[in-house]
Design a protein around this ligand. Structure first.
Ligand code: PHE
Length: 441
């Protein structure tokens, strides 16, 4: 079982299944259910999804492998692993800054992640009580506005969710999370599949297929590319060195390329089926696909309103759990950073960051328009930037023998190296610069 996350530890994942579920637990979260459908909706659907799949394959997967590999090699939290590598190999110590950037990005992500999680939390009792019964799109939209408008209530849910995060991270991501993930993540998958079946049968499946699967390339610009890269990194949990820490728990006999492929496939699968659970309802009820951050929270209740309350209640509970297994990996990155940098204990670090996050979260609750900005800055700018740095670091700074020892020799290593050395840094830099110019001009 995974013990407390401390530097240089000898604990490892209890089993391959346990690791996969914890890694999938970090990847699969609000990024798949909430962020992917709304960004895809805003970006016009199909063409975005095609670009997104390309980004997962060409950028996300190699960076994920690099993070696992360097984490397992370093056997420490991200910053300590980077420091170990640059010290041993006599490379510039400035590379440690990459770990800082990751920690700051993680905390920025975490600061609004807890607010969206609070919305999910608030929906659990609503669903169980059958409040969604008979909802059409207008009623559901009004309910979402009421829910997020009830600021004190959302604040209370956010504080509760945050407290759970602080407790678990302060104690170390112990066996509890790995164990719980083993049971709850599969349950979540099954529920989501059930929702797809329901949405496809009762909603407008034809319009969904058209929207999600028939590419309209005229809608594509650098902004589409930028959003797709950002979403790919956000969804896979890469670019902020979170996966370094998870990699440190990997046993030597775990095949990294194979497992990274599995995590990426599961994550992509969940994002796509979330789209298929949401868009049939969007089209059947004449909702706007570009509705924005409220999309998930307006469409799902319409479907649950036609089912016994327990179905929606269980679904939002599992969704909250998926969010939780992601959010702890974000907070963990900040706490281990403090631990390494300033020798601040886990409890102190988690509590201190918790207070700062509580204040930032309150800021978003009272001024929700900042959620979109924070999501853009952390997800679409900082994570891809982190990806560029990890690509350069793993491809050019770290000696090839280290990657070879973690990923194994062979054709796949050469491909991953080409992607890390050239494709990731060059393509993402161009996309970032052009995307910014387009967005702000
Ligand atoms: N991947 C998580 C999700 O999809 C969010 C996350 C991003 C977690 C980055 C860790 C690091 O919800």
């Amino acid at each position: 079982m995974a013990g407390p996350v401390v530097a240089g530890k000898s604990d490892h994942w209890g089993s391959r299944f346990g690791f996969i579920m914890a890694a999938v637990g970090s990847s699969v979260g609000l990024g798949n259910m909430w962020r992917f459908p709304y960004i895809a909706g805003e970006m016009g659907g199909s063409a975005f999804i095609l670009v997104y799949l390309g980004c997962i394959l060409l950028f996300g997967l190699p960076v994920l492998m690099a993070e696992y590999a360097l984490g397992r090699y370093g056997q420490r939290s991200s910053i300590a692993s980077i420091r170990k590598i640059v010290t041993e190999e006599k490379k510039p110590i400035a590379w440690v800054g990459m770990g800082w950037l990751g920690a700051i990005a993680s905390l920025l992500l975490f600061s609004f992640y807890i607010v969206i999680s609070a919305w999910v939390f608030d929906f659990i009792p609503q669903a169980f009580m059958g409040d969604f019964s008979g909802f059409d799109a207008a009623a559901s939209g009004a309910n979402f506005d009421d829910t997020t408008g009830n600021k004190l209530e959302i604040f209370a849910y956010m504080a509760g969710f945050l407290a759970l995060n602080v407790i678990i991270v302060a104690r170390g991501v112990h066996g509890g999370i790995e164990k719980a993930a083993e049971i709850l993540m599969p349950a979540f998958f099954i529920m989501l599949l059930g929702m797809v079946a329901f949405a496809v049968f009762t909603g407008d499946a034809a319009a969904t297929v058209e929207f999600l699967l028939t590419p309209d390339f005229s809608k594509m610009g650098f902004e589409t590319f930028m959003a797709a890269v950002g979403q790919a990194f956000f969804s896979l949990s890469v670019g902020s060195c979170v996966m370094f820490t998870y990699g440190a728990y990997l046993t030597r006999d775990t095949n990294i390329p194979k497992n990274a492929g599995l995590v990426a496939s599961a994550d992509t699968f969940v994002a796509l089926i979330a789209g298929f659970a949401i868009f049939p309802i969007v089209f059947a009820f004449g909702l706007n696909p570009a509705e924005g951050p409220g999309l998930f929270f307006v469409t799902m209740p319409v479907a649950f309103g036609q089912l016994p309350g327990i179905v929606g209640g269980v679904f939002f509970t599992l969704a909250l759990f998926a969010a939780f297994t992601s959010s702890i990996s974000l907070l963990e990155t900040g706490v281990s950073w403090l631990e390494d940098q300033k020798s601040i204990g886990r409890l102190k670090g988690a509590l201190g960051l918790g207070v700062i996050m509580l204040c930032m979260g309150a800021g978003y609750i009272w001024a929700p328009e900042f959620i979109d900005h924070a999501s853009f800055l952390s997800g679409d700018v900082m994570l891809p930037l982190g990806g560029v740095l990890i690509g350069i670091f793993a491809g050019w700074v770290v000696p090839k023998r280290i990657l070879a020892s973690e990923l194994g020799e062979g054709m796949h290593l050469e491909i991953v190296l080409v992607l890390l050395r050239f494709v990731v840094p060059v393509a993402i830099s161009i996309i970032l610069v052009m995307g910014m110019i387009n967005k702000f001009s």
